[in-house]
Ligand binder design. Structure first.
Ligand code: AMP
Length: 185
């Protein structure tokens, strides 16, 4: 079984939902940088205060706020049995930082999942979800940021031979089944 996984996918692709389900199934840690940031913002921690305007506008939070956080998450004993990174890396600089970090801690990402969903479906789904950063203006910005900064990460992992493309425009259970199949070997 693969137990160290990275989930990529545009906002609304279902990577949060699917990675949470799969982490439960594999009994491994689900690490969502978006969730960590939203919690920090709600609790008004120093990280939350620094991150808030970026998250509200649909921009990426500066790398230096995220990198220490990931190092900390991967070093926790609860992550030693395996993990799914959901929402990280979001740009090529973060991906190459992660490679270095994993080498340092003698781990390796065993698979990278890209959940694909057509743009018009993404927008529909996000508008229906109604999170604070799910208004049309912020959604448009997040999709643009995704295309410009996060999509190159897909090629980065394709070149490493780690990429698994999953069709996310299907009922939730079908997508989950494909993922369970993918982690089998
Ligand atoms: P998500 O829940 O993954 O859609 O993330 C929500 C928001 O958190 C994003 O729009 C970014 O503002 C911020 N964020 C999450 N992960 C990262 C990351 N790895 N790098 C920079 N910003 C991030």
């Amino acid at each position: 079984m693969k137990k160290k996984l990275i989930f990529l996918g545009a906002p609304g692709a279902g990577k949060g939902t699917q990675s949470e389900v799969l982490a439960g199934y594999l009994e491994i840690q689900h690490i969502s940088t978006g969730e960590i940031l939203r919690k920090a913002i709600a609790e008004k921690t120093e990280l939350g205060q620094k991150a808030q305007s970026y998250v509200d506008q649909g921009e990426l939070v500066p790398d230096e706020l995220i990198l220490d956080l990931i190092r900390e998450c991967l070093n926790k004993p609860s992550a030693h049995g395996g993990w799914i990174l959901d929402g990280f890396p979001r740009n090529v600089a973060q991906a190459s930082f992660l490679d270095q970090l994993l080498t340092e801690v003698k781990q390796t990402a065993e698979g990278v999942v890209n959940i694909e969903v057509p743009d018009e479906v993404l927008i529909e789904r996000l508008l229906a979800r109604g999170r604070k950063d799910d208004n049309l203006e912020t959604i448009t910005r997040r999709l643009k940021v995704y295309r410009e900064q996060t999509a190159p990460v897909i090629d980065y992992y394709r070149q490493q031979g780690k990429l698994h493309e999953i069709n996310g425009h299907r009922p939730l259970g079908e997508v989950t089944n494909s993922l369970k199949e993918m982690v089998k070997d």
